[in-house]
Structure formats: C-alpha cells, structure tokens
Design a protein around this ligand. Structure first.
Ligand SMILES: [Zn+2]
Length: 222
C-alpha cells in the first residue's frame, strides 16, 4: 500500500512503517504524474526495502517471534488462560506471562503488553530521572512515556521530559545514558561543549552507550 503525503519539502522521501505501508513524502506541488513516475522509477528499490523491512519484522516483532526484549534480555511470551483474571502480565526471569480470560485474544494481549511496558517505564524512568536530577541539582515538571519510532527522549524548555517506551527493551545501563542526556538538558538547553563535558564527567563511557542505541535501537519493536 502506498501512502502519499504532500508537505512543505524539497525532496521525496520513502519509508516503510511497522505495518509494511510504504509512506512517500513529496513536495506539496509535485504533479501526480511526477509522483507516479518517481514510484515507477524506484520500483525495484522500494520492493527490496519492503522485503528487508518484513524480514526485520519477522526477526524482531514479538507477535511473530514469541519473545520480547525487556531490559536487555529476551523473555519468552507465555499465555495462561485464567477465567478469573481481568488480564495481567507477570514477569519471571526469562518469561513474560500473559494471564487473561481469553489468551488467544490478540488485541487484548497487545493491550496488556503495552500497558505492562508503559507502567514499568514510568516506574524505572522516574527512578533514574530522580537520581540524576538529584545529582545535578536541577528540577523537572513531569515525565511522559510515549511510543515513538526513533526518538528515545526529549526535554522541553518547560522541564517536561518525554521518554520512548521502547527504551525498556535496552539494558538499564544503556537506559541511564538517555536519562542523563535528557536531565542534562534541564541544565544546558543545547548540545554544546559544556553539555558533553558534564555528561562525560558523570558517565565516561557515554559514547559506547549512545552507540548501543544506534546499533540495536531499530530492533526494539513493541
Ligand atoms: Zn539532546
């Protein structure tokens, strides 16, 4: 499925979303015939990208693999039918157990997994944020957890910090880098030299942790 989005831009961009839709962003005034010509000319390239994306999904999407990354470890997803259970997720060492009235209800399973990750994210990321906030002697307004494609975190000038729920796929050591980065923005609202200097003082191996997300981040699918 092609989805053409017209927007203020100079070039054409193509990307494939998690549902294998092909999103093509084009300059606002590009003629439909031009758009069609572009698609025709890039047909084999697009086809190859779709194949790569679906292969990536088969290897990383818990709905297909039956296992999910949680704090850097794969947990096998088990389903237990329990007529008395309103629906919950129980975390065991190497398992994530979905307990529900009807465990075959996929939409319910997805809702429970998302809810589990969001709740855990709120707890774990708040704890880490509070730690670094104390260390730097700054303060924040609130923390929001969102599901985002590539952005791991952000911090507004009003002190609102937002984290990607997918961070919880990473080991806590790696998560700590993203938290320190956002908390440092409460002190320095830029990526200047002092910003990185102070990050390095607290976390000398911050570059390795940053690279971890570049290397493995695309494998985090929730
Ligand atoms: Zn930043």
């Amino acid at each position: 499925m092609y989805q053409i989005i017209r927007q203020k831009r100079k070039t054409v961009s193509i990307h494939i979303d998690d549902n294998m839709n092909i999103i093509i962003k084009v300059p606002q005034y590009l003629k439909t015939s031009e758009v069609n010509r572009f698609i025709r000319e890039h047909h084999s390239w697009i086809k190859k990208r779709v194949e790569q994306a679906s292969q990536h999904k088969v290897e990383n999407d818990w709905r297909l693999t039956g296992r999910v990354l949680y704090l850097g470890e794969y947990r096998v997803i088990c389903r237990v039918t329990d007529p008395c259970n309103e629906g919950e997720i129980v975390l065991e060492t190497d398992q994530l157990i979905i307990k529900a009235k009807d465990v075959e209800d996929q939409a319910e399973a997805e809702r429970l997994i998302e809810q589990f990750f969001k709740r855990q994210a709120q707890i774990i990321l708040t704890k880490l944020t509070d730690y670094y906030v104390g260390l730097l002697g700054v303060s924040y307004n609130k923390i929001t957890i969102r599901k985002q494609k590539t952005r791991w975190g952000s911090c507004s000038s009003k002190g609102n910090i937002s984290y990607n729920v997918k961070l919880l796929c990473a080991p806590d050591k790696m998560i700590a880098y993203v938290v320190l980065h956002e908390v440092m923005h409460l002190k320095h609202f830029n990526h200047g030299q002092v910003f990185w200097q102070e990050i390095r003082q607290i976390m000398p191996d911050y570059k390795e942790r940053m690279n971890y997300f570049k290397q493995f981040g695309q494998d985090f699918m929730l």
